[in-house]
Design a protein around this ligand. Structure first.
Ligand code: NDP
Ligand code: ZN
Length: 351
């Protein structure tokens, strides 16, 4: 079969591979819609997780099942499914502890385009199909559905990590597709003032549609100063980080109130250390909680997030600015994610 792969750090191309084999609990899936992710960009062009040779990229797909293992109960060939980016080993001890995304090792719930072939192939393998896949609801828009694989659960996980509550003042740093879903999730959770940090006009517009009350451009001055000015020196209750770099954490710590929480879902692709400013962290006593997390996968979560779309509470299709048709367009769509022209939020390729 054909697949679009990372050939080595900084190198991509089309390769041929064998069709993956199905284990007793697993499924083999044919993609019907895929989307490239900024994480693929960190992986290939920053070498963020080390070198990978001839690994098929991609971890966001809606697909059709072509084969299931003998122990799979809930799915059959022909079923259309939502495939979460993270596919944990549900029997692992870490999953029993509540951290499925770290099942069998830190970040090891993230398999596609990390240490096994991803979804940019003609076929791909899904471990533990019953636990990891969710049926695509009848009639769901494919563009909206594709956002369920990673953008919705990651942005919403940022909201969970920051533990946004009714009436909280919240700052979302970074309003690419992940941050925009954090804005939408924070609004659903009852945020009051909702500050969104970014600069691309298309993202700012969609952030407002999802509930941002103020847009803050990080090019026009320090974002901490801008937040302090808008909050009359008080700062915000919660911060969600979905963009920026290793220095962004310092800004988050400075702008969050004592007792506040910072939820990071940004994938730090480069830099050696994330530093904590001593004084603004209350000299170690400020009760400013920092949590960073990979999104959890799982069928239950996927079904619940899909229900937000079917009930009309969330429309993630607003993220999809570029629509392509045909497998060969995967390459162009990934390069768009790398180059980030001003008008892009997220591309989707229908196969
Ligand atoms: P984008 O690159 O599309 O968006 C990044 C955002 O950050 C943009 O709004 C950008 O602004 C803003 N930004 C860039 N530099 C700064 C800065 N110095 N200060 C403040 N804001 C800044 O990324 P995505 O939304 O696609 O993804 C966000 C992150 O989430 C990525 O690192 C991605 O790899 C990661 N991720 C993590 C997952 C997880 O499970 N934890 C899963 C999926 C993705 P501008 O408008 O100027 O472009
Ligand atoms: Zn992703």
């Amino acid at each position: 079969m054909k697949g679009f792969a990372m050939l080595g750090i900084g190198k991509t191309g089309w390769i041929e591979k064998d069709i993956p084999k199905c284990g007793p609990l697993d499924a083999i899936v044919k993609p019907i819609a895929v989307s490239p992710c900024t994480s693929d960009v960190h992986t290939v062009w920053e070498g963020a997780i080390g070198d990978r040779k001839d690994m098929i990229l991609g971890h966001e797909a809606i697909g059709e099942i072509v084969e299931v293992g003998s122990l799979v109960k809930e799915f059959k060939p022909g079923d259309k499914v939502i495939v979460p980016a993270i596919t944990p080993d549900w029997g692992a001890i870490e999953s029993q502890a509540g951290y499925s995304m770290h099942s069998s090792g830190m970040l090891a719930g993230w398999k596609f385009s990390n240490f096994k072939d991803g979804v940019f192939g003609e076929f791909f393998h899904v471990n533990e199909a019953d636990a990891n896949l969710a049926l695509l609801p009848e009639g769901m828009d494919l563009y909206a559905a594709t956002m369920l694989c990673d953008m919705v659960p990651t942005g919403f996980h940022g909201v969970e990590l920051a533990d946004v509550k009714f009436g909280d003042d919240v700052c979302v740093i970074g309003i690419g597709p992940v941050g925009l879903m954090a804005v939408a999730g924070a609004a659903l959770r009852g945020a009051a003032n909702l500050y969104a940090v970014g600069s691309r006009p298309v993202c700012a517009q969609v952030a407002k549609e999802y509930g941002a009350t103020d847009i803050i451009d990080y090019h026009t001055g320090d974002i901490v100063e801008q937040i302090m000015e808008k909050t009359k020196g008080k700062g915000v209750d919660k911060v969600i980080i979905a963009g920026g770099n290793v220095n962004t954490m310092q800004q988050a710590i400075k702008m969050v109130k004592p007792g506040g929480r910072i939820g990071n879902v940004n994938y730090l692709g480069s830099g050696e250390f994330v530093t904590v400013p001593r004084v603004e962290w209350g000299c170690g006593m400020g009760h400013k909680t920092i949590v960073g997390g990979l999104m959890p996968g799982g069928r239950l979560r996927m079904e619940k997030l899909a229900a937000l779309i079917t009930t009309g509470r969330l429309d993630p299709s607003k993220l999809v600015t570029h629509r392509f048709k045909g497998f060969e367009k995967v390459e162009e769509s990934l390069l768009l994610m790398k180059d980030k022209p001003k008008d892009i939020i997220k591309p989707v390729v229908i196969l």
